[in-house]
Design a protein around this ligand. Structure first.
Ligand code: ADP
Length: 633
């Protein structure tokens, strides 16, 4: 005699079911991931229980079978796992048993319209079946029991339980696919194609340990032939011992993951053991991806697995934005499946894992810098600009980023090998004993900086200067301030404090002696220049512009303007080289006739020349060129 009981879903279970169905209709394919995961868990459970009680164990290797029946419009997912008895069917499929799920439900309720984005990323369980089915049957037989049970529901508030016919231990979930509903509903019958099943399994469940086998019929000529095919590759690279993985295998894995055909520059593969266990397999790409600076800007993306099942293909919370170029996966068995993105963000385990990943990536870069300088230089050229964001954003704990940063330098530029980018530590090791700072000059291009008059004094002193050509460099310096106790200082600032007291005295005397001429310069240039004075920093150039105090540098001003930001116009100081012919000429002309037109022309010319030399635009290029022509006429 079979009796059929009808029971209502627990109120909360009914609510979750309807939320899942309404939120995930665009993500229908996850139903298969969920059912496969459940089947895989059931196989694991049986293996475990079988260890304690051999009577419960599987005689063969357990597997998961997926079959489609086009005529009946059904998909079945079958396993030889632990199975469920009557009470388990009731409590597992009719109620919400786990407190985590309840908390998740609370979050979903609170999220309102945002629920789909929360729910879409995470394990939603068995109820996902109703995304594609209008009737679901679960036939199950619990290991160690002699009975089989059948659970059945249309997902609308109630389910039935009756005795079933299943002969073997395990569970079969049969989905009767619903009809297409309206124009923009994708037909669930698409999943009756084996190609679709294959794709979804590959995407979400490729690394499930148990074989996932597809059973289907294929037309061969006018006959149907039965096919059986294993869909998943099962043994993920990351669970294998590092020593037995060949570099080509890593490369192939990376290619699939990142869709990038250039082999990765670096592989970081490690297993954390102890209180929290997880595996991380990370890659530093071999080339800068096109989208490093657009679209998903600032978002890192690591694929997150829980026990080989993909949970989130772009988890942003494991790595900071300044490591967004790193690709890879983390498999963390201890993470809960049913958590929202927000919970994940605050999850202590995620934070802990993330910290460790950052540490390992930076360590491996440091090792590369040490052992494979050329290769590292390429990595830095591709991603240094992003890594430097980390300094600016406060990620430079113990100098772990600034120590591996490379900068263009004047050092070695006259050698036959040309200049090689330097680390700050190398710079400090080379500095003159009495050198006061790590000197730098910031601008848009090395070529222009190399011609800068500001370099003249440093050349004379034999002190090295770094060239900062990334827009972010100046912000980085703001944050860094110093390295190994040596301050970082821009050489186009007015107060370098390099003069000897004799030099200073001589210069100040010059300033006093020619006060009137300097006054004339200041008056003529009052719109752009706040003062004029003589300089000891120049050897070849006639004049140079320097920033005073905390003024925005010329480079920063240009960057901000390019970013369409309001920049207050900072007047700078014009320093004149008293030994230069043009400056001497100016003093002469002024002495002869302070009001002469030629004095004014020459002043403008000197100012324009100083602007050109630092790579700044001229306020009036046409006028400058006329003045220049007149000079030689
Ligand atoms: P979750 O898998 O996240 O726990 P589900 O709603 O998918 O949530 O499933 C609820 C419970 O039902 C599972 O925890 C498991 O105990 C049981 N279950 C689901 N599918 C199977 C299966 N194929 N075999 C055995 N038990 C299952």
């Amino acid at each position: 005699m079979t009796t059929t009981e009808t029971r209502p879903f627990q109120a909360e279970a009914a609510e979750l079911l309807s939320l899942v169905v309404h939120s995930l209709y665009r993500n229908r394919e996850v139903f298969l991931r969920e059912l496969v995961s459940n089947a895989s868990d059931a196989l694991d459970k049986r293996r475990l229980e079988g260890l304690r009680d051999p009577a419960l164990a599987n005689s063969a290797e357990g597997e998961i079978r997926i079959a489609v029946d086009r005529e009946r419009r059904t998909i079945t997912i079958e396993d030889d796992g632990i199975g469920m008895n009557h009470d388990e069917l009731v409590s597992n499929l009719g109620t919400i048993a786990r407190s985590g799920t309840r908390a998740f439900l609370d979050k979903l309720r609170a999220a309102g319209d945002a629920a789909p984005s929360l729910i879409g990323q995470f394990g939603v369980g068995f109820y996902a079946s109703f995304l594609v089915a209008d009737e679901v049957t679960v036939d199950s037989r619990r290991a160690g029991t002699g009975e089989s049970w059948r659970w059945r529901s249309d997902g609308k508030g109630a389910y039935t339980i009756e005795t079933g016919q299943r002969a073997n231990v395990g569970t079969t979930v049969t989905l009767h696919l619903r009809a297409k509903q309206g124009e923009d509903d994708e037909d669930p019958a698409d999943f009756l194609e084996i190609d679709a099943i294959r794709d979804v399994v590959k995407r979400w469940s490729d690394f499930v340990e148990h074989p996932i086998r597809a059973e289907y019929d294929e037309e061969v000529g006018d006959k149907l032939e039965h096919r059986s095919e294993t869909l998943n590759s099962r043994r993920p690279l990351w669970v294998r011992a590092k020593e037995e993985i060949r570099r080509e295998e890593y490369d192939a894995f990376y290619r699939n993951l990142a869709h990038d055909w250039t082999p990765p520059a670096e592989v970081v593969h490690f297993k954390a053991e102890g209180t929290t266990e997880y595996v991380a397999l990370l890659f530093v790409p071999g080339q800068r991806p096109m989208d490093l600076f657009d679209g998903s800007q600032g978002r890192s993306k690591i694929a997150l697995y829980v026990r080989r099942v993909l949970i989130l293909d772009e988890c942003q919370d494991l790595l900071p934005s300044w490591l967004r170029f790193v690709r890879g996966i983390v498999d963390a068995p201890d993470l809960p499946l049913n958590v929202s993105r927000e919970v994940l963000q605050q999850n202590a385990l995620v934070r802990q894992i993330g910290k460790r990943l950052v540490k390992r990536v930076l360590e491996s870069l440091a090792t590369m810098l040490d052992k494979e300088r050329e290769k590292y230089a390429k990595v830095w050229a591709d991603f240094g600009i992003v890594l430097k964001e980390g300094i600016y954003l406060g990620g430079d704990e113990d100098g772990r980023i600034s120590k591996i940063a490379l900068f263009e330098t004047t050092h070695g530029s006259d050698s036959s090998q040309g200049s090689v980018p330097t680390t700050l530590a190398e710079y400090v090791a080379r500095k003159k004993p009495d050198q006061k700072a790590i000197w730098f000059l910031a601008g848009s291009e090395r070529r222009i900086l190399e011609a800068s008059p500001h370099l003249e004094a440093m050349r004379r002193r034999g002190e090295e200067v770094l060239f900062f050509t990334d827009p972010i460099d100046e912000w980085v310096v703001e944050r860094l301030q110093s390295f190994e106790g040596l301050p970082l200082k821009r050489i186009d600032s007015g107060d370098l404090d390099l003069e000897t007291s004799a030099e200073k005295e001589a210069r100040e005397k010059l300033d006093r002696d020619h006060r009137e001429a300097l006054q004339a310069v200041e008056t003529r240039l009052s719109a752009d220049v706040k003062a004029a004075r003589f300089s000891t920093r120049l050897t070849e150039s006639p004049a140079v512009l320097v920033s005073e105090g905390g003024a925005v540098s010329a480079n920063m001003e240009r960057i901000l303007r390019a970013a369409r930001q309001e920049v207050p116009k900072e007047k700078r100081v014009l320093e004149l080289n008293p030994d230069h012919g043009l400056v001497k000429k100016l003093l002469e002309l002024h002495a002869a006739d302070p009001r002469s037109e030629r004095v004014g022309d020459l002043v403008e010319l000197l100012h324009g020349q100083a602007l050109l030399a630092e790579g700044s635009p001229l306020p009036d290029p046409a006028r400058f060129s006329k003045l220049l022509a007149r000079l030689y006429a």
